[in-house]
Design a protein around this ligand. Sequence first.
Ligand SMILES: C[S@@+](CC[C@H](N)C(=O)[O-])C[C@H]1O[C@@H](n2cnc3c(N)ncnc32)[C@H](O)[C@@H]1O
Length: 263
Amino acid sequence: MHRPPPVWQLGDCSMAVSTVRCHNRWMDTEELIASQISYYRARAAEYDDWFERRHEYRFSDEFVERWHGDVTALRAWLAAAPPTGHVLEIAAGSGNWTGELLKTAGCVTAVDSSIEMQALLAEKHAGVEQIVADIFSWQPPQRYDNVFCGFWISHVPSAQWRPFWDLVDRALKPGGRVWIVDNAHPEYACAHGPGDWPVAAKPRQIEHAGNEIRKRTLRDGSEWTMVKHFWWPKELVAQLGELGWVADVSHTSFAFLYGIVGR
Ligand SMILES: C[S@@+](CC[C@H](N)C(=O)[O-])C[C@H]1O[C@@H](n2cnc3c(N)ncnc32)[C@H](O)[C@@H]1O
């Protein structure tokens, strides 16, 4: 079936710049965002192996069962109180949540900066409006009924936290809300997860859990700098409250947090 190619949109960048120490050198927020975009473009072909827990992400049978159990819990939560109308999916990636959204949304607009991720999404789902754009410099062309962010808010650099939520505000119709799912803080996941998980995940996540700047290595050995801020529900609710948002955020059994944010 012929599908129109995604649109590559580059808006005016009005970025709040701050400087952070990234491993061996200083990076400003703009550079950090560019690095994270490049990382996900390079990671696209490997990404679903992480979500589906294949290959090196398949720690143990118990871990895989618990992980998929928590994914099922997220899907059930979404199905019970789904975003409806025209839904803006921010950082939609390879479309792991887009299919869930399509079940109840009138239509879905999926924004992601990776054309490689967008290609994977297009293979899985038809009828999605796809926009390739850096969300931090994108201006919503219209208002949407609701917004969905899957495994995204943890990637928003702290210098962009307020501008990001201002953008969400501009993107939402009155009464619109934001559905979020993301990784639980590793301390929560270790305390409540299968016993082998902390050992398997340690080199990747635990050591740097207090800092939002992280190093990631892909299968080809390439190393990347990106942002991963692990939120605790209480902390997230408080920080959103400071920006005027009201959030209801919970944990699944060990792996995720999820919630709905309104004004
Ligand atoms: C962890 S993945 C989440 C993908 C999808 N939402 C999911 O839950 O499977 C993060 C996504 O954010 C995208 N991304 C990273 N930086 C971005 C930016 N500045 N603007 C838009 N998307 C970005 C990446 O390309 C990647 O697809």
